[in-house]
Design a protein around this ligand. Structure first.
Ligand SMILES: *Cc1c(COP(=O)(O)O)cnc(C)c1O
Length: 359
């Protein structure tokens, strides 16, 4: 197979072992003579996968009692609506730290009053805004822990009690340990750090449910999926299987402490090149807010006209997915869990070589 360095922002690189095991299960699941795609989601085989996957979520993140782990469809984007449907009675506070946060805010407004208590839109979301005191009259505070497009990440710790914190962790879930007890809900699409597209994880605190007065359609009511262990309707069986294999791989790496250490090394390799060595490339995110998952950089004024040339050189060297999002421009290297340190070193090598040609 062709060797590439996959810096895609999502869907993105997955552990090779997870891809291979899923491919095998698609051909013949556990020697059953049937494909993973051909079995009942109520079969013993799938029940075991579903249960193991829930158990791995709980184990890896140390999820305390009183929380449920749900696997749903619809992506993080459906959670932008499902969450306020279930939790927003009158008013909620939101932090506007990027485009995904803006989308979450837009949907919440269908259900009640939204107070945007912090925003970094004044500088094109290049920093993570400081979170002020949380108003006491809100049902929850919503944050986006990693802003995939701008390469900023929430590095603070938050304790908003008695107001629950709700977090979209689509792009930094399982990249480091998280104290789940500080959150009311954590959700995200799986397709960045924990699996392929098609499954959405929701970790929800039991005590927050059933408080809003409105009627909730069955499929959009968290309680439905809690009661049925996410098997109310046919779940995305293949995506859940691949997620389970991805979590097994994380566990085999030594869990989230070990993963976080590797993620820091990868980010450090690229950021230190940008900060200490390069005259040609410069990071776009405020240093204190930098993401360990999505590293955004552009060319300095002097070399702006070299962007396309660098893109071709990087492509020829096997770099995939480093084009920056159109709202930031330049380049973005996503360094999710499954990306090896060697890929970051290869990218830095490629940048260094390109720079040497012009220095
Ligand atoms: C990718 C992403 C989303 C969107 O996820 P979907 O599963 O495509 O709906 C939402 N929030 C963040 C932070 C993301 O990175």
């Amino acid at each position: 197979m062709k060797q590439v360095h996959n810096f895609n922002a999502g869907p993105c690189v997955l552990p090779r072992a997870a891809v291979e095991k899923t491919a095998q299960a698609l051909l013949d699941l556990n020697g059953s003579g049937m494909s993973l795609m051909e079995i009942s989601h109520r079969s013993k085989d799938f029940e075991a996968i579903n249960n193991e996957c829930i158990a791995l979520w709980k184990e890896l993140l140390g999820i305390p009692e009183g929380y449920h782990v749900l696997f749903l469809g619809g992506g993080a984007s459906l959670q932008f609506c499902m969450l306020p449907y279930n939790l927003l009675g009158k008013k909620a506070a939101y932090v506007e730290s990027g485009v995904w946060a803006k989308k979450a805010i837009k949907e919440a407004k269908f259900f009640g009053e939204v107070s945007v208590i912090a925003s970094s839109s004044d500088k094109n979301f290049s920093y993570y805004p400081a979170i002020p005191a949380i108003p006491g009259d809100v049902d929850y505070l919503h944050i986006t822990t990693n802003n995939t497009i701008y390469g900023t990440e929430f590095h603070g710790s938050i304790d908003s009690s008695p107001v629950p914190v709700v977090a979209d962790m689509s792009s930094d879930i399982m990249s480091r340990p998280v104290d789940v007890s500080k959150y009311g809900v954590i959700y995200g699409g799986a397709q960045k750090n924990v699996g392929p597209a098609g499954v959405t994880f929701v970790i929800v605190k039991e005590a927050l449910l059933g408080k809003v007065q409105r009627a909730i359609p069955t499929m959009l009511d968290y309680r439905t999926h809690v009661a049925e262990k996410s098997l109310f309707n046919t779940p995305p069986v293949v995506a859940i299987y691949a997620m389970c294999e991805t979590l097994r791989w994380i566990k085999a790496q030594g869990g989230l402490q070990a993963i976080a250490k590797l993620n820091r090394q990868k980010a450090e390799a690229l950021y230190s090149y940008l900060d200490n060595e390069s005259k040609m490339f410069v990071g776009t995110a405020d240093k204190a807010s930098r993401s360990l998952m999505n590293i955004c950089f552009v060319m300095t004024e002097k070399y702006k006209d070299k962007e396309e040339e660098f893109m071709s050189a990087a492509k020829a060297a096997g770099m995939v997915g480093i084009k920056g999002h159109r709202s930031v421009g330049g380049f973005r290297a996503s360094t999710y869990n499954a990306l090896p340190l060697a890929s970051v070193q290869a990218l830095v090598g490629c940048m260094r070589e390109f720079e040497a040609k012009f220095a």
